[in-house]
Design a binder for this molecule. Structure first.
Ligand code: BTN
Length: 315
């Protein structure tokens, strides 16, 4: 959203304000005020004009301005009703030098998952990618994936869904002795060894989606299925982005937060890494995101791989 339009919205949020007062406050012409108000109406904001001036009656359900409005984090949002992949778009924006942008979509037609899998992304989800440029070495970047898992878990819990995190970054909901996948996270980055140039954290949340419309293999669930009613995607996305912003500023705090929601710690696991299979009890996590496993032959530390929780699921 352009900066002046942001100010117009902020002023409207504070109560009725007349066109001339707004023009004075923002040092723009009255017709410029009117154009901004019209543009906001086009985006779905209901703005009434009465004797006291402009009154903001309602905010659109979802979209760029809807998410930016009242967002307590320094991201601008680029919204698409439909796009092949928000990660691919964010990578293009990275090439243009952009930062602190969130690409958000209602539907993806070519969503990408880990290990080059497809990621099904029908309309009703929260499919987003955060592009930013942290001042850290490449080796530290995995911590941002954990931060995203924590952020989305907190937002899901605030929405009433008891989500937990399976190492490294699957956000799941427990159903009896199985776990259903609610969220997937795919992080991509570029840089030199000593410094990251950009990071794209792609987060796919099955929000208001029927799990029956998602592939079975993932054993999927969704926020709406868990809640029994749709979630407010605007508020959910805002909370997710606010939590993510707070965590990315304080990477040291991420691990403790992750441990709080981890369902993997204390469980028997099997981790398939590109070079070996490690089986044992997952006992801890190490910065920037490696799993510590006690095996029969000693302690093993794995930094990447596919993790399976072995039965029985410990309480
Ligand atoms: C996984 O395999 O678990 C990761 C899935 C990541 C999906 C998200 S949806 C938003 C972003 N855009 C993509 O194409 N992928 C990620």
């Amino acid at each position: 959203m352009n900066e002046t339009r942001h100010w117009v919205l902020d002023a409207l949020a504070d109560g009725p304000v007349s066109g001339p007062a707004l023009a004075d406050e923002l040092d723009i012409s009255r017709s410029a005020v009117w154009k901004h108000v019209e543009a906001l109406r086009d985006e779905g904001f209901e703005i009434r004009s009465d004797d006291a001036g402009y009154v903001l009656d309602s905010v659109p359900e979802f979209g760029a301005s809807a998410v930016e409005y009242g967002l307590d984090a320094p991201f601008s949002v680029e919204y698409h009703d439909s796009i092949p992949s928000t990660n691919a778009r964010a990578r293009d924006l990275a090439g243009e030098g952009t930062s602190n942008v969130v690409v958000l979509a209602d539907e993806q037609t070519g969503g990408r998952g880990r290990l080059d899998r497809d990621w099904h992304s029908p309309s009703g989800g929260v499919w987003l990618s955060v592009l930013f440029r942290p001042d850290v070495p490449m080796a530290h970047a995995p911590v941002f994936t954990l931060a995203a898992a924590v952020a989305v878990t907190r937002a899901a819990r605030e929405a009433g869904v008891e989500a937990g995190i399976k190492w490294p970054n699957d956000v799941l909901v427990r159903h009896g002795d199985t776990e259903r996948k609610l969220v997937g996270i795919l992080t991509e980055m570029e840089g030199e060894a000593d410094r990251v140039s950009w990071v794209v954290v792609g987060i796919g949340v099955n929000a208001n989606v029927d799990p029956a419309d998602l592939p079975d293999e993932a054993n999927p669930t969704s926020l709406s299925a868990e809640r029994g009613e749709p979630v407010d995607r605007r508020l959910f996305t805002q909370r997710l982005l606010e939590e993510f912003h707070a965590l990315r500023q304080d990477p040291e705090s991420v691990l403790d937060a992750w441990r709080e929601y981890a369902t993997t710690l204390g469980k028997q696991v099997r981790v398939e890494t590109p070079s070996r299979t490690v089986e044992g009890e997952a006992v801890d996590i190490q910065f920037p995101g490696a799993l510590v496993i006690e095996t029969e032959s000693g302690t093993e530390i794995v930094s990447a791989g596919d993790c399976e929780h072995l039965r029985p699921l410990a309480e």
